[in-house]
Design a protein around this ligand. Structure first.
Ligand code: SF4
Length: 369
């Protein structure tokens, strides 16, 4: 069977390996482009959120490339994401592009559903149960390595002496992960990728501003959906930390998921959890970034996304109480990269000014005291 999936950052490298090793042909989804979005906007309901439109555009593209099925995520709780795969299926059928949509629930929340679907894929691809365990393990190792490499790249880029060196290094590193077939090869590829990033000439005298990126999962994870915000900020000399990484659901590798119960952290501001999507997370993560000394936070919110709108209405109180500026960027099909860049530049100027003012106050105190 020819199978595809939604593209979310670099994770396509691991999912491509998974599909191929389950005995199917993988149609790798192209990076979302203006054309992808145009297709989605043309056929989606007007008020659907941007992830719905980009995914619909992607499914049309991969259907035209020959995909017969897509593996996607389901969704539970009070957010329309759980219905999206059903609507995508109807819309594709109406367009004359019938597509099997295999919607996976989160394994940690519904292991039976996950197992049943992955088992069917295994059987139709002629893969043994023993082999399946190895394939899932290797896929997971790839996901973790990809995340580790990306996290390091966002620390290196603001220090790079020559613009573009970090991007070149990460692309080389990811190619090693792509080529790795066994667990020990992935470990070696990860080491080499991290070493290449560390070898990028860096100006260690810089003290970059630190910004946390929070918001709805799809626009946080897919750079094409958020106008490459981490790349833009990195090239402005800002270190970014993203609140969501795929591997972070099962291990503690980011500032945010080191801290445990996000609902408990958000509770003083919102007692009505869950509100769907990542709304509660956005509130708690703003608090966590403030506690960890970040200079500011950028919230990425799809236009008409209720969970992020609720979070946005509460965040000013959090911002005031924890003295951390938050810039919300709503994203829809009208959002342009130049507009995002201008807003980021203004935000970075504000954060720089706040930091200089703080440093001046400290210097004065030292001189006086
Ligand atoms: S969280 Fe927001 S953007 Fe994501 S599917 Fe739900 S409503 Fe849409």
């Amino acid at each position: 069977m020819k199978i595809s999936f939604p593209r979310m950052g670099y994770s396509y490298i691991a999912f491509k390996w998974l599909v191929e090793n389950l005995g199917h042909e993988c149609i790798v989804p192209p990076e979302p482009s203006n054309h992808t979005l145009d297709l989605g906007v043309r056929y989606a309901p007007e008020f659907a959120c941007i992830p719905f439109k980009i995914l619909l555009g992607t499914y049309i593209e991969v259907a035209q490339m020959g995909a017969q099925a897509v593996i996607t995520s389901g969704g539970m709780g009070p957010c329309r994401a759980g219905y999206y795969w059903v609507m995508h299926k109807y819309l594709l059928e109406e367009m004359g592009l019938p597509m099997q949509i295999i919607a996976m629930e989160m394994p940690l929340l519904n292991l039976g559903d996950f197992w049943g679907k992955i088992n069917r894929l295994r059987r139709s691809g002629g893969v043994s149960l023993k082999e399946l365990a190895r394939i899932l393990k290797i896929t997971w190792e790839k996901v973790k390595a990809i995340d580790d490499i990306e996290i390091r790249s966002h620390q290196v880029r603001p220090l790079e002496v020559k613009r573009g060196d970090t991007t070149r290094a990460i692309n080389e590193g990811l190619a090693f992960i792509d080529a790795a077939q066994r667990e020990h090869e992935i470990a070696e590829a990860r080491q080499e990728a991290l070493a290449r990033l560390d070898r990028v000439p860096q100006d260690q005298s810089r003290n970059p501003l630190k910004i946390g990126i929070i918001g709805e999962i799809y626009v946080v994870l897919e750079p094409a959906a958020n106008h490459y915000i981490q790349l833009l900020l990195g090239e402005m000399g800002v270190e970014t930390d993203r609140s969501i990484y795929l591997s972070a659901y099962a291990r503690k590798n980011t500032i945010v998921n080191l801290e445990g119960d996000l609902f408990a952290i958000a509770r003083p501001y919102l007692n009505e959890a869950p509100i769907g999507g990542h709304g509660v997370n956005s509130i708690a993560e703003t608090i966590l970034y403030a506690r960890h000394g970040f200079d500011g936070v950028v919230q990425l919110a799809p236009f008409s996304c209720i969970p992020e709108i609720v979070a946005k209405s509460i965040i000013p109180a959090v911002s005031r109480d924890f003295d951390i500026p938050v810039q919300t960027i709503f994203i829809d099909e009208q959002t342009g990269r130049a507009g995002v860049q201008t807003r980021l530049e203004a935000f970075v100027d504000l954060l720089q000014w706040r930091r200089s003012r703080r440093e001046t106050v400290v210097e004065k105190r030292v001189l006086q005291g």
